[in-house]
Design a protein around this ligand. Sequence first.
Ligand SMILES: *Cc1c(COP(=O)(O)O)cnc(C)c1O
Length: 231
Amino acid sequence: MSIAENIGRIRERMNAAALAAGRDPAEILLVGASKMNGAAACREAIAAGIDALGENRVQEMTAKLAEHAYDGAPLHFIGHLQRNKVRQVVGKAALIQSAGSLELLEEIRRQAEKQGLVQDVLLEVNIGGEESKSGFSPDELYPAAEAARTFPGIRVLGLMTIPPVAEESHGNLPYFEKVSKLYVDISRNLYDNSFKYLSMGMSDDFEDAIAAGATMIRVGSAIFGHRQYQV
Ligand SMILES: *Cc1c(COP(=O)(O)O)cnc(C)c1O
């Protein structure tokens, strides 16, 4: 199956999941998680109408930017971001989905102000409370969202989450529902209902994420095939 065929099949499944949930399929965006795939694969996905491409590593993103891999689609940063690399991402990524600590938000704000721009971000929620994952705990999220509201240089457009690896099918649905509730509450109570993006769901569980209210899914292997990890 080609990348274009894979995207076509995922769009069909997105539409079906949206309709089953009584939602408008047009309100759900497909982000291609293109890590470990080269510029040619990115261009194929863009030609097939992907809504955005998401990268995990700053070095890889920078190299692919130099190859014009993302021309024609918005670039998102979706991976763990170190503070000393923020400078290389601000102004390059249309959306930083993985803003998961106040220190990181402070640095994004600092770099954005330096460059004289406003950086769009999502707040990452560590909904499973996993030590290994970054992101705000549900308890930290509300005060962080409140603080970020006043940061010049930053515009918070919603939430992103990566739930724990599911042990069984539909295992992540309760996590998606929890984050969806946080999204609705924070948007209403702190952001005048201005939130646009609830980013959750990957190759194995995006239909459940759509059922729970996702407006953006991030799909890698189901589009690009299995990643070849090098040791
Ligand atoms: C790789 C990745 C995805 C996509 O994962 P697949 O299971 O390959 O669809 C989504 N989100 C993030 C943050 C990722 O790193």
